[in-house]
Design a protein. Structure first.
Length: 381
């Protein structure tokens, strides 16, 4: 019962925070570092040296893609520079001086891992490779990627200070997957782009074999490889209501690593509604009864054994004397802390439902009165 868990306390700063809860899953992977994260809650379902700093190769391009998308310049025509054409490694075979839509560059970046595309994007969005590097690291800081530094837009081994972790790359992917344009591009199997230099269009097939042929629940991701980083892979998968993110760094058998993590999680976890949206009915305090509500439901992935291990602690502000006028009551009046097996996993703001303000006159009557006053009907003369 919520009433048993209620505590009346003085107001404190209330923040929506998420504390991912880790639980071991029975799975084995070949990768040196790995993580499996539930996308919506951020819960870590499996990890192996997930915070170990490593080289990341072309999964770097997830950051390049989301910055391009968020720039608002996807319809821009980008002039390809000599520097972009000279980029080593995988390529979409751009030619110096040609103009190509930024949107198509992002498709070439994500599907074919074009390093020439990465440089062209960086120069157009950031003004230069150095300027784009600043944007990459600024965004990484905003997302909370604490063990990451970007030195280029493609992930080539041309800088010693270009690195991340499996956990940080999962955070980045979780952020990117909130963007519908990114979702669409990362989940595209084949893209066709105009080719100004030839009579045929460019046709790019996604290198992510999990998406194109190996795993029916795959929804997107990004591949990577360099001699120093070895094989790196980020993928996403969804089944029923469970949305997952998998990351492996230096994984010689990465396709099977990801499938193994996904299959284990889909068999082990279900999404449950911990708190529904709307009025919290079990609050018996007279002042707040029928008035405290959640704006959104709170769902969380749990195993069968964990479903009965949730506890809710509700804390509400002590009513103030000046609240006799209900309009003085603040919108946020408390918080609900969700515990799983004794550990806090989420703090949710609680809102006060204000009664609609009753007016003596309708809005139409008000404007009628205003008009007649202006017209002089109610004045002497």
């Amino acid at each position: 019962m919520f009433s048993r868990l209620m505590a009346m306390v003085l107001a404190t700063a209330l923040m929506m925070i998420n504390i991912p809860q880790y639980t071991a899953a029975s799975v084995s992977v070949s990768a040196r570092s790995a993580i499996l994260m539930e996308q919506d809650s951020g819960r870590i379902l499996y990890e192996k040296e997930a915070n170990k700093v490593r080289r990341i190769a072309s999964i770097t391009k997830i950051m390049t893609a989301i910055l391009a998308i968020e720039s608002g310049k996807m319809d821009d025509m980008v002039k390809v520079s000599d520097r972009a054409v000279r980029a080593e490694g995988s390529s979409i075979y751009l030619k110096a001086g040609e103009k190509i839509k930024l949107e198509d560059l992002v498709y070439g970046l994500m599907l074919r891992s074009g390093n020439d595309s990465a440089v062209a994007i960086a120069e157009h969005v950031g003004g230069s490779l150095e300027g784009f590097g600043f944007l990459m690291n600024k965004k990484a800081e905003e997302i909370g990627m604490k063990n990451t530094h970007f030195a280029n837009p493609h992930g080539l081994d041309d800088h010693e200070d270009h690195y991340s972790t499996a956990y940080d790359m999962a955070l980045l992917t979780r952020y990117a997957m909130n963007n519908e344009i990114y979702q669409k591009i990362a989940g595209t199997k084949v893209h066709r782009a105009p080719n100004p230099n030839e009579s045929w269009d460019r046709v790019w097939k996604n290198k992510n074999r999990l998406l194109t042929e190996l795993y029916e629940y795959s929804t997107g991701g990004k591949t990577g490889y360099t001699k120093r980083a070895k094989r790196t892979l980020v993928t996403t998968a969804s089944k029923e209501n469970l949305n997952l993110i998998a990351v492996t760094l230096n994984g010689p058998d990465d396709w099977n690593d990801h499938i193994s993590m996904y299959e284990t999680a889909f068999k082990t976890y279900d999404i449950v509604e911990v708190l529904p949206e709307g009025i919290i009915e079990d609050i018996d305090e007279e002042y707040y009864k029928g008035k405290v509500y959640l704006k959104h439901p709170y769902n969380y992935p749990v195993s069968k054994e964990e479903k009965d291990k949730f506890k809710i602690d509700i804390k509400l502000q002590k009513p103030e004397t000046e609240w006799e006028d209900s309009r003085a009551i603040p919108g946020v009046i408390g918080q609900a802390t969700v515990y799983l097996d004794g550990e806090p996993i989420k703090k949710l703001p609680l809102y006060y439902k204000h009664d609609p303000i009753k007016e003596d006159k309708s809005l139409l009557d008000y404007f009628k009165g205003l008009f007649t006053s202006i017209a002089g009907v109610k004045t002497n003369g």
